[in-house]
Every structure is written in structure tokens, then in C-alpha cells.
Design a protein around this ligand. Structure first.
Ligand code: HEC
Ligand code: HEC
Ligand code: HEC
Ligand code: HEC
Length: 427
């Protein structure tokens, strides 16, 4: 039985965990007024032309976003011929006025939440990620409030990897309210792939993780960010697969599967068994299981038993997918249990270099076992190898080998598993 003292100690130890473990409402679902990018963009605030040293932050975030970040163009994308064609195929009047598109390509909050400077054509603006600024815009300038006060006032905790993953994946995977369905893709929308760490760098980052950043916020390694993103993506995949919302005609939602298990020419006979599919055999539509595969490589050095459970349960999920929805739901819930264990195990865990080396070896090994036959997994593996080398400080030494990996996955329509396997031998 716990004494009061140990209970109290336990509580104190649990407090910081609780503060970060709770999922904040996503900016798109918060109840604050969104003030618009123009309220952030003054040259004294975040619109400086160059980095400044007046405050702890760079102050040129707006310039980085507007010049180099695709999110700033997300609304304009809806005005292109490509989007017009997608909209026409879907029977929409316009892409740029349809919630179906705006929900991901802009900060599409309700009218009552749009401040005077709010402009929908800003696309995915500051507050689409940082949360409606109504209550924190004042205090975050005067410095009268701490970071956690600002968070309590609606600033989204983008620095916490799990919460960042929920944020990015809300558009780069989907939520219960919005999803890039196969119908949208069939109308011409590109496939959506994502990896939290790589895409964070590609965005590109408008913040510098330096000493003063480290004093204000927790600093995470590339591997920690990768792992957090994988767990959230895997959870989202399972809840989407098992959700009844896509029940339509004879077929389930096709975007949950490996696109190329359907989309490749018939004279290109490429079938060979792949271990993680649990022997479902030829002629089956394979679920997109790439996040589970990456999680296996990630967790093997830390907890071999979890890696084994993941393999076993993913195989069961594939087998269930050829039987019945109830089998799928039961296989999903087993996997969910494993994910929960992994999430607890890796929370705030630092990873040693030898663990990272071992992850790298696992990634190469999976390739040799033929697990990257499906493009989705190949793409994820290359991004993962890249970020591991970055964390290990071996990226520039391996530049030529990495280039070969990237070349092998550059075009998904011409992807050849054997080319990637060859490129992996160098590791
Ligand atoms: C409100 C929805 C939304 C959120 C939240 C969001 N994105 Fe995006 N993102 C988009 C859209 C839409 C595009 C495509 C923009 C375009 O080209 O029109 C995009 C594009 C990108 C690209 C460019 C992709 C490429 O192929 O070049 C990167 C990188 C990216 N996002 C990273 C992130 C990261 C990292 C996060 C989380 C910190 C994030 N995104 C959060 C909607 C979102
Ligand atoms: C679930 C979120 C989501 C929805 C819904 C969505 N998109 Fe996208 N869209 C994205 C993301 C994310 C990207 C960037 C993909 C990447 O490059 O990784 C994107 C990319 C695009 C691109 C390619 C942009 C480029 O620069 O190459 C077009 C065109 C596009 N979307 C149009 C639309 C239209 C039109 C609709 C409505 C019918 C729509 N999207 C609905 C998330 C979404
Ligand atoms: C697609 C999501 C996204 C968009 C859009 C976005 N940010 Fe960020 N921002 C992030 C992430 C992720 C971080 C890094 C995590 C953190 O420090 O909170 C960040 C960090 C920051 C920081 C903190 C830097 C530090 O040293 O603490 C500032 C300031 C900032 N962003 C301002 C802006 C401004 C201004 C805009 C609009 C011009 C903007 N952001 C648009 C995702 C986004
Ligand atoms: C179960 C098989 C299956 C899977 C899996 C699948 N598709 Fe499709 N796809 C189809 C069928 C069937 C059509 C309609 C073909 C037609 O109209 O000729 C189609 C049409 C398309 C089209 C339009 C092609 C055209 O000619 O205009 C695109 C683009 C597309 N799919 C993308 C994707 C993407 C991206 C994925 C993965 C996220 C995917 N598909 C997964 C079966 C599939």
C-alpha cells in the first residue's frame, strides 16, 4: 500500500507528464479568434527581413513562411487549373470556396472566429499551427506571461513532439472530420505521404534550436521526433481503418491501402511474398502498413518484445483484412495496446548512439528481407535512414550513398524494389 508520502512524491513526479500528455485542442478546433497573419507580420514582430537578436526568437518567421514555406501557398493552390479540374471532377463549384479543400489548405475556422485582419487566402497561416491568438497575442509580446500561461491561453504546444504530430497529421493524414479520400485522389489529388522529422525540416523550420531555445523548451533529437510521429500516425491509421465512417459500397476506403497494389500495369508482374503481410498471398489489396514497419525498426533495439508483437499483430491485421470487418477491428485493438505500451516506453526517452546504429541496421535488414516492395514503406525507410544519419553525425560522410537511396524512391510510378535493395547494400 502506498504511504501518503510516496503518493505525494508520485504526484509531483507525474505532474510534468500530465501537463504534456494531455492533447490540446487543435488550432482548427479551438474556440479563440484567429487574428490573421497580418497581425504577426509587422517588422517589429515576426516580419523582420533578417534574423534579429532583440528577442529570443528569430523575428523573420513571416519572411521564411511567405517566401519558402508551401503552407503560405496552400490557398493559392486551390486557384490553379489542377485544383479546378479536381473540383470539377468532384462536382464542386470551386475548390477555393469548398470546405472540403479549405479545411486543409487554409485556416478554415468559423466566421465568428475570424478577427479583422483574418484573410482566408493566407492559406495555412501562423494560427493554423500556433492556435487562435485572441487571448495570447498581447501577453506573448509583453512577456508578462510565461510560455505555459500562453499555452493555457490557446497557444498550441508545437514543441511537444506528440502534439506536433497530431497537428501536422491532422492535414497530412486526416481527422474524423476531414480526409483526402480516394475519391478526392481519383479526382486528381496527389498522394499524401508524411514523416514528422523530415517534413519539419522541409517546411522549412522558421526557428532555431539553439542554447536559449533549449532553456525555454525541451529539445528533441531527430529520432525522438521520428518515433513520436510514427506512434501518432500508427494510431490514426488504426482508428481510421476500424472506423465505420467509410462504409460505402462494396469497397472500403481505398486510400488506406498501398496505392500501387492496384495502380500498376498488368504486364509488369512483380508479385513476391512480403513477410509482414502474413502470407495473404497474391492478388490481394494490401493495407498501407508502412508506419508499423518503421515502428518495428525503431523499437527493436529498445524493446525486442514490442517489435515482435508489432510484426505478429500487423500480420494478423493483414489476414483479418481478407476476412471481415469484425476481424479487422479485433486485430486493430491488439495493435493499439502495443502502440500504447510503445508510447509510454519512449515518452521523453533519450536514445543512445548504439540504439540509433541498431535502428539503422534494422532498417537495412528489413530491406534485405524484401519488406520495401511496396513504395510507401520504401519512401518511409529512406527518410528514416536520413534522419538517423543526421542524429549520428554521419550524414555528410554518407552523402553519396544517401543520394542513391533518394534516387531509388524519387518516382513512385517507376519505383523498382530491386534498385532500392541494391542501394541499401552500401549500408
Ligand atoms: C491546416 C493544415 C496543415 C497543417 C496543420 C500542416 N500542414 Fe503541411 N501542408 C498542408 C498543405 C495543404 C500543403 C500543400 C500546400 C500546397 O502546395 O498547396 C502542405 C505542405 C507541406 C510541406 C511541403 C510538402 C512538399 O511536398 O514539398 C511540408 C514539408 C509540410 N507541409 C510540413 C508540415 C509540418 C511539419 C506540419 C506540422 C508542424 C504541417 N505541415 C502542418 C497542410 C497542413
Ligand atoms: C486531409 C487534408 C487535405 C484535403 C481534404 C485536401 N488536401 Fe490538397 N493537399 C493536402 C496536402 C497535405 C498536400 C501536400 C501533399 C505533399 O506534397 O506532401 C496537398 C496538395 C494538393 C495539391 C498539389 C499542390 C502542389 O503544389 O503540387 C493540390 C492541387 C491540392 N492539394 C488540391 C486540393 C483540392 C482541390 C482539394 C479539395 C477537393 C484538396 N486539395 C483537399 C491536404 C489536403
Ligand atoms: C505548419 C505549421 C506552422 C506554421 C504555418 C507556422 N509555424 Fe511557427 N512553428 C511551428 C513549429 C513546428 C515550431 C517549432 C516548435 C516550437 O518551438 O514551438 C514553430 C516555432 C515558432 C516560433 C518559436 C521559435 C522559438 O525560438 O521559440 C515562432 C516565434 C513561430 N513559430 C512563429 C510563427 C509565425 C510568425 C508564423 C506565421 C508567419 C508561423 N510560425 C507559422 C509550426 C508552424
Ligand atoms: C483497390 C484498388 C485501389 C487502390 C488501393 C488505390 N486505387 Fe486509385 N483507383 C482505383 C480505381 C478502380 C480507379 C478508377 C480507375 C478509372 O477510373 O479508370 C482509381 C483511380 C485513381 C486515380 C485517377 C486516375 C485517372 O485515370 O484519372 C488516381 C489519381 C488514383 N486512383 C490515386 C490513388 C492513390 C494516390 C492511391 C493510394 C493512396 C490509390 N489510388 C489507391 C483503384 C485503387
Amino acid at each position: 500500500m502506498k504511504t501518503l508520502r510516496s503518493l505525494a512524491l508520485g504526484l509531483i513526479a507525474a505532474l510534468p507528464m500530465l501537463a504534456t500528455a494531455q492533447q490540446a485542442p487543435l488550432p482548427q478546433d479551438d474556440n479563440y479568434k484567429h487574428q490573421g497573419v497580418a497581425s504577426c507580420a509587422s517588422s517589429f514582430c515576426h516580419g523582420a527581413l533578417n534574423e534579429k537578436s532583440t528577442y529570443t526568437v528569430l523575428q523573420n518567421e513571416y519572411i521564411t513562411w511567405t517566401r519558402h514555406d508551401r503552407h503560405a501557398k496552400a490557398y493559392n493552390t486551390l486557384l490553379t487549373d489542377e485544383s479546378k479540374r479536381i473540383a470539377a471532377n468532384l462536382g464542386l463549384k470551386n475548390a477555393h470556396t469548398a470546405d472540403m479543400c479549405l479545411d486543409c489548405h487554409a485556416d478554415n475556422v468559423q466566421d465568428s472566429q475570424r478577427g479583422v485582419l483574418f484573410d482566408i487566402s493566407d492559406g495555412v497561416g501562423c494560427e493554423a499551427c500556433h492556435g487562435g491568438a485572441e487571448k495570447w497575442i498581447g501577453t506573448h509580446i509583453t512577456g508578462s506571461a510565461s510560455h505555459s500561461d500562453n499555452i493555457a491561453a490557446g497557444l498550441y504546444p508545437t514543441e511537444v513532439p506528440e502534439q506536433r504530430a497530431e497537428l501536422c497529421l491532422s492535414c497530412h493524414y486526416g481527422t474524423k472530420d476531414k480526409f483526402a479520400t480516394h475519391k478526392i485522389m481519383g479526382a486528381g489529388h496527389p498522394r499524401i505521404g508524411f514523416e514528422l522529422d523530415t517534413f519539419g525540416a522541409l517546411q522549412p523550420a522558421h526557428y532555431k534550436v539553439d542554447d536559449d531555445y533549449g532553456q525555454r523548451k525541451a529539445v528533441n533529437s531527430h529520432v525522438q521526433t521520428w518515433g513520436a510521429g510514427l506512434v501518432v500516425a500508427a494510431e490514426k491509421t488504426l482508428s481510421t481503418i476500424a472506423s465505420p465512417r467509410f462504409k460505402g459500397g462494396l469497397f472500403p476506403e481505398l486510400s488506406l491501402f498501398d496505392c500501387h497494389s492496384c495502380h500498376h500495369p498488368m504486364d509488369d508482374k512483380r508479385y513476391a511474398p512480403r513477410p509482414q503481410t502474413g502470407g495473404i498471398g497474391p492478388g490481394q489489396v494490401r493495407l498501407n502498413d508502412s508506419t508499423f514497419m518503421m515502428l518495428r525498426a525503431f523499437i527493436e533495439p529498445v524493446s525486442p518484445s514490442d517489435a515482435k508483437a508489432l510484426l505478429n499483430q500487423t500480420q494478423k491485421l493483414h489476414q483479418a483484412s481478407t476476412r471481415s470487418m469484425s476481424a479487422v477491428i479485433s486485430a486493430s485493438s491488439q495493435l493499439q495496446g502495443t502502440l500504447k505500451r510503445i508510447a509510454d516506453r519512449i515518452k521523453d526517452k533519450p536514445f543512445s548512439n548504439s540504439e540509433k546504429q541498431a535502428m539503422l541496421r534494422q532498417l537495412v535488414k528489413l530491406g534485405q528481407q524484401g519488406e520495401y516492395r511496396d513504395y510507401v514503406a520504401a519512401e518511409q525507410a529512406v527518410m528514416a535512414i536520413d534522419l538517423l544519419l543526421l542524429d549520428l553525425g554521419q550524414r555528410s560522410a554518407n552523402k553519396a550513398k544517401l543520394d542513391k537511396l533518394y534516387a531509388a524512391v524519387e518516382n513512385e510510378n517507376r519505383f523498382r524494389h530491386s534498385t532500392l535493395r541494391q542501394a541499401l547494400r552500401a549500408f
